[in-house]
Ligand binder design. Structure first.
Ligand code: NAD
Ligand code: WQD
Length: 339
């Protein structure tokens, strides 16, 4: 079966490409390399022994997207990762985000419709829940007003997909990721943030390796046990494997609705201080950090109720926080050795 992975050179897409190949799928990747590089292709090939078919494609270019599908007619399913994902940047440049995250989805759906591609997996995010009313969060929790254009693009995208599945043969699953971290154990692929990392774990590893002087902990006065925010950190390979089972569900027509939504997290919340402590333990380093003011827009605590994914997909995260942090650290050490 041929699966098109958009944004397949990116962080989650590349790990999913590996998981797909290892599950026996043929992987086609399109990417415009706006947040990734062609070297990733080699990393995937080193792990699996197979280089995915790659085409440079900017999904904002409607005519080029159309041409791609005209010349690749036998695609069985699409996993759509390609998007812009920096929350702060989306506040500063909302139209960039609406164009890159919404237009691209619309063009893809039009091609799915035209070429009878019936299986779509979409990268959604726990950001759609905003500050939850109760924890852990189930998929039925209300969608809150988005606190960034980025978050809004995920809400709108889910609605666009839902509306489309109502009037077509397209079946879709939106996976709402919690906080993906870590890297493939081979250290052939991992997370490569451009510039100063916005996310906690790459900031931690870059500080520990000496690239950043100090980690700022954004607030220790939240109403949590140790005062720092709580998130559900999931190993990127567990997340990658969730895509494979979700895709298989669609391909085997096991889905119960034309559009389904699943939380993809571990179900366990960890505070910023707990992450720091676990990182220090697995890396054998002492992290230079200081507590600073809260970061605007941060929610206090989020972690997933994964019952639906456990039951319906037969999927459960297998790796714990320490394993994920160990892999992130191994990856950081390798990247810096080579740079
Ligand atoms: P990433 O930036 O590493 O990967 C996205 C890839 O898409 C990149 O390789 C980029 O070059 C490519 N791309 C972007 N715009 C494109 C376009 N117009 N045409 C072709 N390619 C394009 O990001 P990621 O962390 O792997 O995230 C993948 C998806 O998961 C995104 O949709 C993101 O919003 C979503 N998501 C990510 C997180 C997270 O914390 N990383 C959490 C929830 C959801
Ligand atoms: C985690 C915790 C910070 C950096 C973001 C997006 C979300 C989703 C995942 C895509 C928070 C704290 C962080 C630092 C810190 N992406 N922190 N110092 O904010 O949960 O989610 O990525 O959909 O939409 O908003 O992840 O890794 O940025 O932060 O103290 O230098 O670490 O305050 O509590 P977040 P994060």
């Amino acid at each position: 079966m041929k699966i098109l992975v958009t944004g397949g050179l990116g962080y989650i897409g590349s790990h999913t490409a590996v998981a797909l190949q290892q599950a026996g799928f043929e992987v086609l990747i399109v990417d415009n390399m706006s947040n990734s590089s062609i070297d990733v292709l080699e990393g995937i090939a080193h792990i699996t022994g197979t280089t995915p078919q790659f085409k440079y494609l900017d999904l904002r270019e409607k005519e080029e997207v159309h041409h791609y599908f005209k010349t690749h007619k036998d695609i069985d399913g699409i996993i759509h990762f390609a998007a812009s994902k920096a929350v702060g940047e989306s506040v500063e440049n909302p139209l960039l985000y609406y164009e890159n995250n919404i237009n691209t989805l619309v063009y893809l759906l039009q091609e799915c419709h035209a070429h009878k591609i019936q299986n779509l997996i979409f990268s959604s995010s726990c950001t759609v829940y905003g500050e939850p009313d109760s924890l852990p969060i189930t998929e039925n929790a209300p969608i809150k007003v988005a606190n960034s254009p980025y978050g809004n693009t995920k809400q709108i995208s889910e609605e666009i997909i839902f509306d489309t599945t109502k009037v077509s043969d397209i079946k879709a699953i939106a996976l709402r990721y919690f906080n993906p971290i870590g890297a493939h154990e081979s250290t052939e692929i991992g997370e490569l943030p451009l510039g100063v990392p916005q996310n906690l774990v790459p900031f931690i590893t870059q500080t520990a390796i000496g690239l950043r002087e100090q980690l700022s902990v954004f607030g220790n006065d939240y109403p949590t046990e140790d005062g720092s925010c709580i998130r559900d950190y999931i190993h990127v390979m567990d997340l990658a494997e969730a895509h494979v089972v979700a895709l298989q569900r669609l391909l085997e027509n096991k889905n119960k609705e034309a559009f389904e939504v699943f939380n993809v997290g571990t179900g366990k919340g960890s505070s910023v201080f707990e992450v720091i402590k676990a990182f220090e333990k697995v890396s054998g380093t002492s992290l230079n950090y200081k507590v600073v003011d809260r970061r605007p827009g941060d929610v206090i605590a989020v972690y997933a109720d994964t019952t639906r994914a456990n039951k319906e997909l037969g999927w459960k995260a297998k790796r714990d926080l320490e394993e994920a942090l160990r892999s992130a650290w191994k990856w950081e050490e390798k990247v810096r050795r080579e740079s």
